[in-house]
Design a protein around this ligand. Sequence first.
Ligand code: ATP
Length: 133
Amino acid sequence: MENKFHLTIITPDRELFIGEVVSLNCEGNEGHFGILPNHAPMIATLVPTVTTFQDVNGKQYTAFTSDGVFKVNNNKAILLCNSAEWPEEIDKERAESAKQRAEERLSEKTKDLDALRAKLSLLRALSRLKTIK
Ligand code: ATP
């Protein structure tokens, strides 16, 4: 039995983290989930959230991760998401403006598709703000 697993967090633009970790907490369509070494094979659709993990030296990490997909198998976990940022990279004012724009769109009578886009945008903004709290 292994006491660690390999974690990769990538976006189309960057590799946010690649390394050995002992735990991971993230969020998918069906809610929050935690991963420990030797987890059963699993795939999940990710929603924008605050993702946390701990490396093999005990260091705790916190990052914003956007929508995407997650897979774990054979002690290898991959988070493939549309965007991901460390707390110090998050522009608070930009996230606050995005939150306000999305809230305004949601308060108007819009088509279903626009409302869904606004909800996702709001979730990204709220998760970014939560990441830097
Ligand atoms: P916005 O409406 O402000 O563009 P968004 O949620 O639509 O926000 P994304 O599509 O998630 O943005 O990301 C597009 C790019 O902008 C990515 O590279 C992402 O890392 C970056 N980004 C978005 N918002 C922020 C932010 N508040 N701080 C830092 N980088 C951000």
